[in-house]
Design a protein around this ligand. Structure first.
Ligand SMILES: C[S@@+](CC[C@H](N)C(=O)[O-])C[C@H]1O[C@@H](n2cnc3c(N)ncnc32)[C@H](O)[C@@H]1O
Length: 465
C-alpha cells in the first residue's frame, strides 16, 4: 500500500528515545495513542502512517509517542474524553515532555482509561481496532493503489506462477482469497480450475471486484464477500488460502493476522497457504550519493555554507523509515534474517513483538548511512513437494523477492536512516538490536527501535511506520 508521509520540518533531535506505552498495572488498560498534527514541510517519499482515528469524526495523523514523566512536579493536563462512559484516568505530562511535544508538533495526547471489567476492556479494544481499520480500508478504496499493485509485474508473475505451480492442488478445490482487492488472485485461481473461490474484501474495491468478475464470466465460481475476513462466515472448509498481505518491510499494515485468522478458521487439514512463508532481511548500507543529495549538499550550495540546515534536514530524513530503491552495491554486508514467517505455524502473538540482534562484518571501509530491509515471499511447500514431487513439472516453486538485487517492485526497500553517518573499517563489526512492535493502541502501526553501533557503543533510533 502507498502510505503518505508524516512530514515534519521542525528542528528537533533525531533519535527519539524512551518512548513506549506505560502499563498501569492491575485492572487499568491503556489504549490511547498520541497524535501528530504535523504541520511541517513535506519530504519526498517519507513514510509515516496516516490513519483515521475517527475520534469525533476527525482524521488525524499518528505521530511519535513520548514517555511521560509522572515524577515531574509542573504538569500540563492533556487528557481528553473517551466515549462510552468508561471511568477515565487523565494523562498528564511534565513540562519537559510538553516541550518535547511542542517540538514534535504533538498536540493530542494518548489516553489512559481505567475500565472496570474484562468485557468492557474487550469492547473498547474492538472499537479502537475498527476505528483504525476504517482509515486502513479507505486507503484501499483508491483505485490507483490497486493500479500500482497490478502494474507490479514481478509481484504479478510470482503469484500467477505460484497458482500454476499448484494447479493440481487448486483444480476442483475451494479457495479463500484474503483481501482480494480487484479480485485478481481469485481470477488466477478460477482460471486454474478452482471449483469455488471466496474473495473477501473489506474496502469499497469489493464492488469493483464483483463487476470485474462478472465481466469475465466468473461469477459462478467466485463469490465476493464485501466484509472483513474477521467478520466473514464461510460454511465449509477450504483447501487453499491465497493472499497478498505483505507490507513494506513485510509487516507494515499488519495484515498477517487476518490471514492467520482465515487459516485457523477455515483451512482443511493438509491445505495450502500461498505464499507458504515470508522472510524479512536487513543489511547495513552506505550510499554517499543519496546522503549528499538529501542532506550533505547543504554544506556547499554554490560555494555558500548552509550547513546549519543539516541538523533539521537530518531530523526530517531520519524521523520515519523511507521507501526507496537501493543498489545492491550499497550493501555493506551479507543480509541478516530478522524473522522467517512459516504460514502454517505462525501465530499473531509471534509477530506482536519481533526482536533480533545482528552482527555484520563490513565488506569495506565506508560510511554507514543506515540499514535497509526487504522481504522474500516463498511459495515452496516442502511437505507437498516431498509427496508429490514426481507430479510437479515445474522445477521449483516461485519466490517473490524484494531484495536490492531482485527486479524492482512497488515495495522497493525500506530504509532506516542513521542520523549521523558512522565511519566503518573493512571487517569492522556493526552490531545491534532491532525491535519491531505492533502498536498497542493502533494495530496498523509499527513501532521500530533500532540500537546500532560499532565497538559496543550503541545509538538508539526510534521510529514508526
Ligand atoms: C495488498 S492488497 C492486495 C489486493 C489483491 N489481493 C491483489 O493482489 O492485488 C490487500 C487487500 O486486502 C484487503 N484487506 C486487508 N485486510 C483485510 C481484512 N481483514 N478483511 C478484508 N479485506 C482485507 C485490503 O483492503 C486490500 O484491498
Amino acid at each position: 500500500m502507498e502510505n503518505e508521509g508524516n512530514n515534519d520540518g521542525s528542528e528537533n533531535p533525531v533519535a527519539i528515545t524512551g518512548s513506549g506505552i506505560d502499563t498501569d498495572g492491575g485492572e487499568s488498560l491503556q489504549i490511547g495513542s498520541e497524535i501528530d498534527t504535523n504541520g511541517g514541510e513535506s519530504e519526498e517519499k517519507q513514510i509515516g502512517s496516516e490513519i483515521d482515528t475517527n475520534y469525533g469524526g476527525e482524521s488525524q495523523q499518528i505521530g511519535s509517542e513520548i514517555d511521560t514523566n509522572a515524577g515531574e512536579s509542573k504538569e500540563e493536563q492533556i487528557g481528553s474524553e473517551i466515549d462510552g462512559g468508561e471511568r477515565e484516568e487523565v494523562q498528564t505530562v511534565s513540562e519537559t515532555d510538553a516541550d518535547f511535544r511542542k517540538m514534535f508538533g504533538i498536540s493530542i495526547p494518548r489516553q489512559n482509561i481505567v475500565v472496570e471489567n474484562e468485557e468492557a476492556k474487550a469492547d473498547i479494544i474492538r472499537r479502537r481496532r475498527k476505528d483504525c481499520d476504517k482509515g486502513f480500508f479507505s486507503n484501499y478504496d483508491d483505485v490507483t493503489v490497486h493500479r500500482n499493485m497490478i502494474q507490479d509485474t514481478h509481484r504479478m508473475e510470482a503469484y500467477n506462477s505460484a497458482v500454476l505451480f499448484y494447479k493440481d492442488r487448486i483444480e476442483g478445490k475451494v479457495i479463500v482469497d484474503v483481501g482480494c482487492g480487484t479480485g485478481i488472485l481469485s481470477i488466477f485461481c478460477a482460471k486454474a480450475g478452482a471449483r469455488k473461490v471466496y474473495a473477501i474484501e473489506a474496502s469499497q474495491m469489493a464492488l469493483h471486484a464483483k463487476s470485474i468478475i462478472e465481466a469475465n464470466g466468473l461469477s459462478h465460481i467466485i463469490n465476493v464477500l464485501h466484509t472483513t475476513v474477521e467478520d466473514a462466515t464461510i460454511a465449509e472448509e477450504v483447501d487453499v488460502i491465497i493472499s497478498e498481505w505483505m507490507g513494506h518491510m513485510l509487516f507494515q499494515e499488519n495484515m498477517l493476522p487476518s490471514v492467520i485468522s482465515a487459516r485457523d478458521r477455515w483451512l482443511a487439514v493438509g491445505g495450502l497457504v500461498l505464499p507458504t512463508s515470508a522472510t524479512l532481511y536487513m543489511a547495513p548500507f552506505s550510499d554517499s550519493q543519496r546522503y549528499h543529495q538529501k542532506i550533505g549538499f547543504w554544506s556547499d550550495v554554490d560555494g555558500i555554507d548552509m550547513s546549519v540546515l543539516i541538523p533539521p534536514t537530518t531530523s526530517v530524513v531520519c524521523r520515519f523509515p523511507s521507501v526507496e530503491t537501493v543498489e545492491h552495491d550499497c550493501l555493506l554486508a551479507e543480509p541478516h534474517q530478522v524473522i522467517m514467517v512459516d504460514m502454517y505455524s505462525i501465530t499473531s502473538s509471534d509477530v506482536d513483538l519481533i526482536t533480533t540482534s545482528f552482527r555484520f562484518h563490513s565488506r569495506r571501509s565506508a560510511l554507514l548511512h543506515g540499514f535497509v530491509l526487504w522481504f522474500v515471499a516463498d511459495f515452496s511447500d516442502e511437505a507437498v513437494h516431498h509427496d508429490e514431487r514426481d507430479s510437479i513439472e515445474v522445477e521449483s516453486a516461485p519466490a517473490l523477492s524484494t531484495a536490492p538485487d531482485a527486479p524492482s517492485t512497488h515495495w522497493e526497500q525500506t530504509l532506516l536512516n542513521c542520523p549521523d553517518p558512522l565511519h566503518v573499517e573493512e571487517d569492522q563489526v556493526i552490531e545491534g538490536i532491532l525491535t519491531i512492535k505492533i502498536d498497542e493502541s493502533d494495530h496498523r502501526l509499527l513501532r521500530i527501535c533500532l540500537n546500532y553501533g560499532l565497538d559496543g557503543e550503541l545509538i538508539e533510533l526510534e521510529t514508526q511506520f
